[in-house]
Design a protein around this ligand. Structure first.
Ligand SMILES: [Zn+2]
Ligand SMILES: [Zn+2]
Length: 374
């Protein structure tokens, strides 16, 4: 009594084509005789699973099987069991080797070039306005002498003897289905199908060389420190017609002692002597556009912030959007007083009343809470 085909693959009777294919791959990998040489039954189990797959992966055979079981198939002349002629041979092959069983007809295998990386450092001002930066880096490039064909110019390029110009070799192996042919790149010509009789002297027959490359990179306004830019196709050259890799440019924005950066906002701290903060004054503040005078209101407290709208860093990719510059007023208490200054401060101190220490109504924490609750 032969085991049920659905049971062999572990799928339900309603399983669709994809589920069946998936289930077979799982079973086939588990049972493949090459990996189960210690288990004498593995080959038999594998054949049974393959047979079940042969039937269930074919709509006509599956319909017959559903109505009449294995007997129906035998009497109708179907010959399960796999082999080169079967439609599912390539599925089986793929399950083991993950490739095309017939080798795709030869020809060189294109290989994409690797990614390259370079670092640049710019100033905060450059980051603010955007900048064209020159970078130079070493990258694998097509050899200029042989133009990538690996031969010394003027010397012949011959068809590879090993693969006969196909660029591929076929490895024949014995499996449960009989012979299986597996294609792989020719090791002599590297899949090219051709061999240079005299290798190029510049690149030693590799067709590629490391070259110093100069490039102008457009750094967008507002770029953050340590942000990476990806320049597609600017990395190492590919092989045998493969595309180039990408270039990653790591942008470092140098620290600027005048500003701290908070996203798109800039923060500057200016000192204001305590008496001037009490009386009101003007102070000079650095901005990205140069020094600027700002008003400090009478009665300014330590840590108060003046916001200069739109004077920060641009937001990358958001045209016209610019952050703010916040100016923190650092009220400085005078130190190292002279006798006269002491006298004056003592006099001032003695004259201070509750009225001098009261917060303005608008700034009282309680008034803000009251407003929020209303
Ligand atoms: Zn060369
Ligand atoms: Zn070859």
């Amino acid at each position: 009594m032969k085991q049920d085909a659905y049971e062999l693959l572990g799928v339900g009777r309603g399983a669709d084509e994809r589920e069946i294919k998936k289930a077979f791959r799982v079973v086939a990998r588990e049972l493949h005789p090459d990996v189960n040489s210690h288990d004498p039954e593995a080959e038999e189990k594998f054949k049974a699973a393959a047979e079940a797959y042969e039937v269930l992966s074919d709509a006509d055979r599956r319909a017959v099987y559903d109505r009449h079981g294995w007997d129906g198939l035998d009497s109708r002349g179907f010959q399960p069991g796999g082999g080169q002629g079967s439609g599912s041979f390539s599925d089986i092959f793929e399950a083991f080797f993950g490739g095309d069983p017939f080798g795709g007809g030869g020809g060189p295998t294109a290989v994409q070039g690797g990614d390259a990386g370079v670092e640049v450092e710019i100033s905060l001002e450059q980051a603010a306005r955007g900048e064209q930066v020159e970078v130079s880096f070493d990258a694998v490039a097509t050899c200029e002498r042989c133009h990538g064909n690996r031969a010394e110019p003027g010397t012949p390029i011959e068809t590879c003897e090993r693969c006969g110009g196909a660029g591929r070799l076929r490895a024949v192996s014995q499996t449960a289905f009989g012979q299986m042919v597996r294609a792989m790149a020719c090791d002599r010509c590297g899949g090219e199908g051709k061999v240079a009789t005299t290798p190029c002297g510049e690149c030693a027959g590799r067709g590629l060389r490391a070259l110093r490359r100069e490039l102008t990179v457009d750094v967008p306004a507002g770029i953050a420190d340590e942000q990476r830019m990806r320049l597609s196709g600017r990395g190492h050259a590919g092989e045998r017609g493969g595309p180039a890799g990408d270039l990653f440019v790591l942008v470092r924005v140098a620290e600027d002692e005048r500003f701290l950066r908070d996203g798109s906002d800039l923060v500057a701290v200016v000192d204001v002597p305590a008496p001037a903060a009490a009386l009101g004054t003007t102070v000079t503040v650095p901005t990205l556009d140069g020094d600027e005078e700002i008003e400090v209101a009478a009665g300014t407290q330590p840590g108060e912030v003046v916001t200069l709208r739109g004077r920060g860093m641009p937001l990358v990719g958001r045209r016209g959007r610019v952050g703010d510059q916040r100016v923190v007023l650092n009220v400085v208490i005078p130190r190292n007083l002279s006798a006269r200054q002491r006298e004056l401060l003592e006099e001032l101190g003695n004259s201070v009343t509750e009225e001098n220490l009261r917060r303005p109504e608008a700034e009282s924490i309680f008034s803000r809470v009251r407003r929020a609750l209303r």
